[in-house]
Design a binder for this molecule. Structure first.
Ligand SMILES: [Zn+2]
Length: 210
């Protein structure tokens, strides 16, 4: 095959000592690949995908690996993020033999289909106006006639139990604790308000509790 002497060849020398051999870009010393990897090329503005994520084939996966290694070595990427990306690239490498983004040019579409517009998303309900649905499928009823409570800055702990002392005059009372309910102070205050309203209604109906 005749070689066009006017086409300059990429000056990149591979680690094995051989020249790249691909045509160099006009007015550049590298081919597109080496220009992109070594000096960088302009990518489309407002590109939705980060170039590392554009893994179309084995070569692009390899190129993404180079970018990750470079970013980690130059301390431009934290290790936890690099781990996730490397894991994704490992999956991509395993899938690459089955993934085929090559297309038959005769069947490729040449315009974006006109899909109907998506329906508007549900308007979010402002806090405090949501309806509460109580699911009582797993509810258990327990009789308790004793409760005690303690609190810390973060929590209010209420224990519920049954007095097991049936003999009058026994010096010690035995209480079998059945449930421990742990509430935030905010929930505990709401419980206080609820109980206050409930007891007020009860006393109105049945007389003062003493
Ligand atoms: Zn090259």
């Amino acid at each position: 095959m005749a070689i066009n002497r006017n086409i300059r060849i990429c000056t990149h020398i591979k680690v094995n000592g051989t020249r790249c051999g691909s045509p160099a870009l006009r007015e550049e010393v590298f081919c597109y690949f080496h220009q992109r990897m070594i000096r960088g090329v302009r990518t489309p503005p407002k590109s939705r995908l980060h170039p590392i994520a554009l893994i179309e084939d084995g070569s692009s996966i390899q190129a993404s690996l180079m970018e990750i290694i470079n970013a980690v070595v130059r301390n431009h990427m934290d290790l936890s993020r690099a781990r996730v990306v490397l894991r994704a690239l490992y999956i991509a490498a395993k899938n690459s033999h089955a993934a085929n983004f090559d297309v038959f040019h005769s069947s490729i579409v040449d315009e974006i289909p006109q899909y109907p517009a998506a329906p508007p998303a549900d308007t979010p309900v402002p806090p405090g106006q949501q309806k509460v649905r109580f699911d009582n499928t797993n509810i258990k009823s327990t009789y308790c006639n004793v409760c005690n409570a303690t609190s810390t800055r973060e929590e209010v702990v209420i224990n519920f139990g049954v007095n097991k002392t049936w003999d009058m005059g026994t010096p010690d009372l035995e209480v079998q604790l059945e449930h421990r309910i742990i509430l935030s102070p905010f929930a505990a205050k709401r419980l206080q308000d609820l109980l206050a309203r409930l007891i007020a209604e009860h006393e109105q109906r049945y007389g003062k509790l003493s």
